[in-house]
Write a protein that binds this ligand. Structure first.
Ligand code: UTP
Length: 302
């Protein structure tokens, strides 16, 4: 059976983006004219995951409203004959089957994923962080889905970062994937250990965990037994470290896909700005005007 369910945690406090995120989830911040979370839901649907569960918390309404129909707005646009904007408004409510569950308290990413247990059941599923954007021209999720189907374990996405930045991420120790001969893919690895936000001198590698996972459902039992870790939060990385040590027949084994494309952490202000500039520059409608302004503006910078 192929994987159909995607879980998108969007219940964090978003403290790095205050005060914008005081009453609005950071996943609703616009990247040009679409909220970040819509890009993430679209990515899931493109990979064939049309059952999407959003884990929400405070300010749930704007997230739920965004993926719902908006009859009054649609009527007003229809009356004006604005078919282009009407299509944009409708598109967000016609993306797969979007469900919601609340996290109650933001006790960490692992705790957020645990809220999906009932909805997901026993099949493997994907997790996409709602503030983490992967450029749609750069392939990642379907490679991860294929690797999960091949190994039966769990798969994480890894990004090479400068050693000075590794303490901002979960970090993976890896080895070549058994059975990958000379024709194998060097970017697919077996994960031997995981550590959340290590100090630079204690990090086992410069491979950072980024916001895409394809998980064996055994992760739920492990999360239920996972004690709060770094920052007093229930960490998904800690549960994955346990899964890496479990035998295959118990749903264990963790694998990694090293991603070499464009990725933006829109919960971080600098990365958010880079995402807006890059995505706007590449847009056929806005790009030409924006690029010529940007080029001129850049000449005024020191
Ligand atoms: P982050 O650590 O980036 O989110 O979590 P945060 O805690 O909201 O951000 P800052 O550091 O305070 O600015 C990664 C993802 O996991 C979700 C977040 O919404 C984000 O999409 N998350 C995190 C939850 O859903 N619940 C949590 O308890 C924590």
């Amino acid at each position: 059976m192929t994987i159909q369910k995607a879980v998108i945690p969007a219940a964090g406090l978003g403290t790095r983006f205050l005060p914008a995120t005081k009453a609005t989830p950071k996943e609703m911040l616009p990247i040009v004219d679409k909220p970040a979370i819509q890009y993430v839901v679209e990515e899931a649907v493109r990979a064939g995951l049309d059952d999407v569960l959003l884990i929400t918390g405070r300010s749930k309404r704007s997230l739920a409203d965004h993926f719902d129909a908006a009859p009054e707005l649609e009527q007003a646009l229809e009356a004006k004959g604005d078919t282009e904007r009407l299509a944009k408004v409708r598109a967000s409510s016609e993306l797969g089957h979007v469900h919601f569950v609340r996290q109650g308290q933001p006790k960490g990413l692992g705790h957020a994923v645990l809220q999906a247990k009932h909805h997901v059941g026993h099949e493997p599923f994907a997790v996409l962080l709602g503030d983490d954007l992967i450029d749609e021209r750069d392939e990642l999720l379907s490679t991860m889905l294929t690797l999960q189907e091949r190994t039966g374990g769990s798969v994480i996405a890894l990004l090479e970062v400068p050693p000075s930045q590794i303490s901002l991420y979960g970090c993976a120790a890896v080895e070549p994937l058994a059975g990958q001969g000379s024709g194998g893919d060097a970017d697919q690895v077996r994960v031997t250990a995981l550590v959340e936000k290590p100090d630079a001198d204690e990090a086992p590698s410069n491979l950072a965990i980024i916001g895409r996972y394809v998980l064996n459902a055994a992760v739920f039992d492990v999360l239920e037994r996972t004690e709060p870790g770094r920052g007093g939060e229930i960490q998904l990385t800690d549960a994955l470290a346990t899964l890496a040590d479990l035998p295959t027949e118990q749903g264990g084994g963790v694998y990694g896909v090293v991603f070499r494309g464009r990725r933006y952490d829109t919960g971080d202000r600098l990365d958010y700005l880079k995402a807006v500039v890059q995505i706007a520059s590449d847009r056929p409608d806005l790009g030409p005007d924006f690029r010529s302004w940007l080029t001129e503006y850049a000449t005024t910078l020191d």
